[in-house]
Design a binder for this molecule. Structure first.
Ligand code: G3P
Length: 202
């Protein structure tokens, strides 16, 4: 399982990247707004720090607008992946963009059916939001398992990103299920490296 960091904080990305364990970065509009920096230059800086896929989200909602915004985002750097929320327009835009070689991370996915549609539209990645499913009293890990088992039946190329990870146990459970990628907040990555017996042993 590859580990991505789920943040737009450049200092945090640099720190975790220096550990040698980071394969990519995911951002979303809320994470970018939190940094209070210009969006495009921040994404460009992140893409120069981490060589793996960097997800930047298109905020448009109508097919042609999504396509236009996605092309602008993809032009920032070779390793940019465009995040598009799953809607009918989002799927239609994904079909066009993926045919042109632009990699799409279909986001705000909460069911196996949504993930199935994303893969058929040509999304390179699909991002089920585990924590937000738990938040409404449903089983986020159960949904992740459904998606993994459906994709395994057909050997789809679309990679699954376990997103909206809230704590270290989510990461372990996602890895046990064999998910391709977990995108993990900075605080959770910091918690993953800690163990009281390691501290005591030192
Ligand atoms: O990768 C998706 C993530 O940013 C959403 O996380 O904690 O807002 O549900 P959260």
């Amino acid at each position: 399982m590859k580990i991505f960091i789920d943040t737009a904080n450049v200092d945090h990305i640099r720190e975790i990247n220096s550990w040698g364990i980071l394969s990519g970065v995911t951002t979303n509009p809320s994470l970018c707004a939190r940094e209070q920096k210009e969006f495009y230059s921040t994404i460009r800086e992140i893409a120069s720090i981490v060589k793996g896929p960097i997800s930047a989200e298109a905020c448009s909602m109508e097919k042609e607008e999504i396509i236009k915004e996605a092309r602008e985002l993809a032009a920032i750097a070779e390793n940019i992946v465009v995040k598009i929320p799953i809607t009918p327009d989002g799927l239609a835009a994904t079909k066009v963009l993926s045919k042109d070689g632009i990699r799409i991370n279909m986001t705000l996915v909460f069911s196996a059916n949504q993930a199935l549609l994303a893969s058929q539209a040509g999304a390179a990645y699909v991002s089920p939001f585990i924590g937000r499913i738990d938040d409404i009293g449903h089983d986020g890990m159960g949904v992740l398992y459904e998606i993994i088992s459906v994709f395994e039946n057909y050997d789809f190329d679309t990679e699954i990103i376990a997103a909206s990870i809230r704590h270290p146990l989510h990461v372990v459970q996602a890895a046990q299920m064999g998910v391709d990628i977990a995108t993990v907040p900075y605080e959770v990555i910091k918690a993953m490296v800690k163990h009281p017996l390691t501290d005591k042993g030192i």
